[in-house]
Design a protein around this ligand. Sequence first.
Ligand SMILES: [Zn+2]
Length: 531
Amino acid sequence: MRHASPVPVIATLVILMLTGFAGAGEPAPERQLSRDEMRAVVQFLASDLLEGRAPGTRGGELAEAYLESLFQLLGLQPGQGAGYRQTFALKGFQTHDTEARCGDIALEPGRDYMLAYLRDEARFQFDTEAAFVGFGISAPDYDWDDFKDADVRGKLLFVRVNDPGLFEPARFNGRQMTYFGRWRYKVEEAARRGAAGVLLIHTDATAGYGWDVVRHSWSGEEICLPADLENNLRLRGWITETALRRVLSREGLDLDALCQRSLRPDFRPVPLRNRFILTGRNSFRQFQTSNIIGEIPGRTGRRIVVSAHIDHLGMARTETGDRIYNGAVDNGSAVATMVLVAKRLAERSEPLRHTIAFLACQAEEAGLLGTRYYVDHADTAAIVANLNLESVPVREAARDFHGIGAEHSTLGELLRDVLAAEGLAMTRSFLEEQGFFFRSDQFSFALRGIPAIMLMPGTDYPSGVNHQAEYFRLRYHTVEDAFQPEWELDGVRQAVQVTVRMIEALDRAEEAPVMKPVKVFPITPRKQRID
Ligand SMILES: [Zn+2]
């Protein structure tokens, strides 16, 4: 690995003679990646045979086996002792045939609410007190605490999504959503406080998407890490604003007035008089899944982790016709990028100082579960940085490049220098406004105080077409995210180049990158390094 054998050197020279150098002024004579090499990985991962690569399915297992095999082929060292697999348990729940009411107001599943019951009970009954808790946020950095001294243990909480900054620009981070606005935070906070359940209040404006999106994404299996179930929270889901309005008006409460009140720092939770009662059936399973980890060993004992998730959404339950979420871009193109970065670094004749770990992670779509498991079981103090790859654009090379989350650590400055040397502008992504930093795997690292960034080609293309915006508008998380033979894949080549340069820059740097002071998400400090 660290010392190239004569065969690859000769092969490299032959290829260089055939293809020429990658570009004028390139410091190292690296060969240009061929379109076939890039296509090989994307096309296979996106094939119908893999059935959308949901964790715990045959397609998901095939994706794991494929990455294991690629890492072996590239000569990467197993990242988990003798093997490449970091196997862990997940639990899946699918809730159906529910009936819900609050007092004498009956609620209709699908129309009024969507939810998952998170316990191994084939039939369940949920009967608790309920309370409206505003945004359900406790964030000392913003001088905000919706809970005050209220005891919400054992209760069902109705929680607004988003944060007060959406309505009051001087609060939180203005219209730019903080992690405290994300629904996952609300669920975590409710669980920390011993609540029995959470129903998120849906409005188009606060969620950023329509009820159909909720209905669609909550109709399948809800997947959790077993550790996330070690609390009282056994119910999570969504309720429409209209349905909650009916429930509250029966209590003599006005939802609009409560929402107004919840914009004030002196807001206190409002208990309901009636109990919330839900019955239903549940199917549940426990299964194993694996992150696939391959490494190029260095000599410092420190690691740069390059990650890309291999899972996607599986098969659609409701749509007719094409039912497979192929996930060619999300995240086939990013996995291809990671594999080709590994290939390029494995071909280097000069060894790097740090170990480079390639993490093909699982269950990202279910809530970054694979990377959460990874950081929970890693010596996080030995991780220099995480470079995450996600939905790499597959058409032309862009003139600009994004580092999503660049502002949270000194990785931002490092990326700026790397991009300048590549002749690329560093721009901010529209995805950041949608909280994308919190929604992909780099966030699991950042939550632990590890400098982390998502690397992604930008939106300024020579043809004038914004391929990235078009993808997110038309194909992201739909069955249309399928492989197209006409893709140039120059975006993948560009992402490989920038990622390799970032790794080299990190490896050369005298000082490890550091986090900047952040308010927009809470950091659980990394473990102290034990030398
Ligand atoms: Zn993704």
